[in-house]
Design a protein around this ligand. Sequence first.
Ligand SMILES: [Zn+2]
Length: 297
Amino acid sequence: MKILAIDIGGTSIKMCMADEKGNASAFIEFDSEAEKGGQYLVDNIIKKVIETYIEFDVIGISTASQVNSEEGSIIYANENFPGYTGMKIKAIFEAEFGVPVKVENDVNAAALGEKHFGAGKEINDFLCLTYGTGIGGAIVIDSTVYKGLNGGAGEFGHLILHPGGEKCNCGCVGCYEMYGSTTALVKKSLEIDNKYINGRMIFEGLEQGDVSLERVLNDWVLEVAYGLVSLTHIFNPPAIIIGGGIMEQDRLIAMVTSKAKQLMLKSFSNVEILKASLGNKAGLLGAASLHLPSKTL
Ligand SMILES: [Zn+2]
């Protein structure tokens, strides 16, 4: 089967051809220019597909925003995607290209990518968390994503771990992502030195032996662990897969695992904390996997 996979993010759009084994080819990436609105976004993708790809049997789409995957429509998109809410993505692409189209939310798609082709290949049940600007989450049960009533299950970033704490974009205070996201780590690191503008600069600083920065990192690891401990106590999952650019640092996975296991009930501590293995291709490969049968072992 020739699968055209599309991953629609806030800053860029990635596309490739993929097969059932997750082999990708003809990869392209371009700016999403989401601020120009949903209609522009979709028209631009269609134009690029026509310019780049000749033949495909199906299309799988992973997209930022809350998705009704049955209908393949956007339930809710935030202010970064004006006019995207309500768009019937599946119907638009099916009418344009005459092939079956499936659409899924980006975090769920990334979890399915890990299930089919990555760190979750040998596991039927796991949680997936992505650390970046915020914290995304997905729940995989019996090799499929548990969606909840409105398709929104797994919003782990908004677990309230610090009641009365920092105000979050969601309107609540003290959400996990205000303390455990990469954004939170950068914010604290910038208080030490204004050169610590991203994860890469922070890890360079740590290598150069910045002791205050090491303290900030340890505090942040503890915050990340709090979320993982709470989720482990709720789900008692065999595995948790963690990803996002910052988690590429092997040292971090070890620190987070050790701290989380120290804090959780002993009888839960056989949970495996695994590094996501598909990196920034997880969404794209997840999009490709939408047309494959679920892979329960
Ligand atoms: Zn929140």
